[in-house]
Design a binder for this molecule. Structure first.
Ligand code: C2O
Ligand code: CU
Length: 474
């Protein structure tokens, strides 16, 4: 079953988690006693990225699907995910954004040994938060994600908002040569020092999309997930007024996006409520205009000819129930800062700033607080921050570079307090904070999850070229 199929809420409730996954284990009868179980196999596969009738592309995929199987878990209920490695190289799976025990975080060398070819690993955790998440490898990430290993993970609310349909759009960027082969040579150092490997083909649920079907008058929850290596998106829904109700899986105060553009950096998720107020039979563009001069149409909202299913937009609250996030105590919080450095256009600054002796020795072109951790994560590096378990922390994130960075924190969600000195107007929590050049953010959280956690830019070229460090909660 394709994850891009349109599903009604009723369908979803009927099939539950198991059926949506091609290779799911037999469905479980007693939910309370038996965890939700999935089997996810990483292996080479083929996918028709450009759409039906177009050539197939050799990819690496979970369960032969791009994106991988759509994993649906229930808030507060145990889950068991068996990952089998049928690639020719080591892998792991990171459950991006889920606040889980450190040993289940999927960072090779740091939280678990890598899964070797032919071997498997069982991930077990109980997701505390409902919302939209995703999963991907954390080993040779640039190539493994870039060749297609990624999937969406949804944790269902106990009481979801009333909508007619709950839709998922996994948007991914690919660099194809001849419109069909994935360009080799991952890790070009020139790109790594600039915007990263931005490709030339954007898919929606695994294929280039001409149009997506809608019905006039319906209310849709639309979950956006950006699994790109480097492409930042700014989506505009022409003729529509989407309302953001969650960012990175965490409910936010419902609000319309600034200038009508939904910013979606790599690894970010945004949940929208969309009232389909367009005219029956018409089509409306969804445009991504993030990069200057490179705007393109992601897809179209294609209304069928049927009359609206209701005259007025549904009169029901759009706000999502909050997750059990620990509220940081700002008055007593410890303060720390992390400064992002490096990249093209600031190399001279780095040379002059004494950074050459300060840890740039791993070939890193990027650094955090003067230190470069490269690759996909490994043990034996001193943490940039050591926090006492249970402490409230206010972090100042400073982007001293000329480039954008979606900064991802493992193991915790962060409450975003200010951006460039201005209070963020809507209550919002994020695990991936998209920073524009020279941005300064203040974020706060309770360091309640013990362990060594990665913290890195999710432009994977930046991560592997040094924009990564470790946060220790002990
Ligand atoms: Cu989504 Cu360390 O990654
Ligand atoms: Cu970056």
């Amino acid at each position: 079953m394709e994850s891009n199929r349109l599903m009604s809420r009723r369908d979803l409730l009927r099939v539950g988690g198991g059926l949506l996954l091609a290779a799911a284990l037999p469905p479980v009868a007693a939910r309370a006693a038996t965890p939700e179980a999935y089997r996810v196999v990483a292996a080479p596969a083929r996918a028709r990225l450009a759409g039906p009738g177009r050539p197939e592309t050799e990819v690496w995929a979970y369960n032969g699907k791009v994106p991988g199987p759509f994993v649906r878990l229930r808030q507060g209920e145990p889950a068991r995910l068996l990952v089998e490695n049928r690639l020719d190289e080591e892998t792991t799976v990171h459950w991006h954004g889920i606040r889980l025990p450190n040993t289940m975080d999927g960072v090779p060398g740091l939280t678990q040994p890598p899964i070797r070819p032919g071997e498997s690993f069982v991930y077990e955790f109980t997701p505390p938060d409902a919302g939209t998440f995703w999963y991907h490898p954390h080993a040779n990430s640039l190539e493994q994600i870039g060749r297609g290993l990624a999937g969406a993970l949804i944790v269902e609310e106990r009481e979801p908002p009333t909508v007619d349909r709950d839709l998922l759009w996994v948007v991914s960027d690919w660099r194809l040569t001849d419109g069909e082969r994935i360009a080799a040579r991952f890790g070009n150092s020139m790109e790594a020092a600039m915007s990263g490997r931005v490709g030339n083909t954007v898919t929606l649920n695994g294929r280039v999309s001409g149009a997506e079907p809608f019905r006039a008058g319906e209310r849709v929850r639309l979950r956006l997930v950006n699994t790109s290596l480097a492409r930042i998106m700014a989506l505009r829904f022409e003729g529509h007024r989407p309302v953001i109700v969650a960012i990175d899986g965490q409910p936010s105060d419902p609000h319309e996006p600034e200038h009508g553009r939904i910013l979606l950096g790599p690894a970010m998720r945004v949940d929208l409520i969309l009232d389909m107020q367009g005219e029956p039979g018409k089509r409306y563009d969804v445009v991504d205009d993030f990069y200057d001069g490179l705007s393109y149409r992601l897809t179209q909202l294609a209304y069928d000819k049927e009359p609206p299913i209701r005259a007025q937009p549904l009169d029901a609250p759009v706000e999502l129930p909050r997750n059990p996030l620990p509220e940081p105590d700002l008055a007593s919080a410890e303060r720390h800062s992390l400064t992002l450095q490096g990249g093209m256009m600031s190399m001279s600054g780095m040379m002059g700033g004494g950074m050459m002796g300060g840890g740039m020795g791993h070939g890193g072109v990027w650094a955090i607080n003067g230190l470069s951790m490269t690759g996909d994560g490994h043990a034996g590096m001193e943490p940039a921050l050591t926090l006492k378990r249970g402490r409230s922390v206010i972090l100042t994130l400073r982007n001293d570079t000329a480039w954008w960075h979606p900064m991802h924190f493992h193991g915790h969600s962060l409450r975003v307090l200010t951006r460039n000195g201005v209070a963020v107007p809507h209550r919002q929590w994020q695990d991936t904070v998209l920073m524009a050049p020279r941005d300064v953010f203040e974020v706060a959280f309770v360091a309640d999850n013990p362990g060594d956690w990665m913290l890195h830019c999710h432009v994977i070229d930046h991560q592997t070229a040094g924009m990564m460090t470790l946060l220790r909660v002990a």
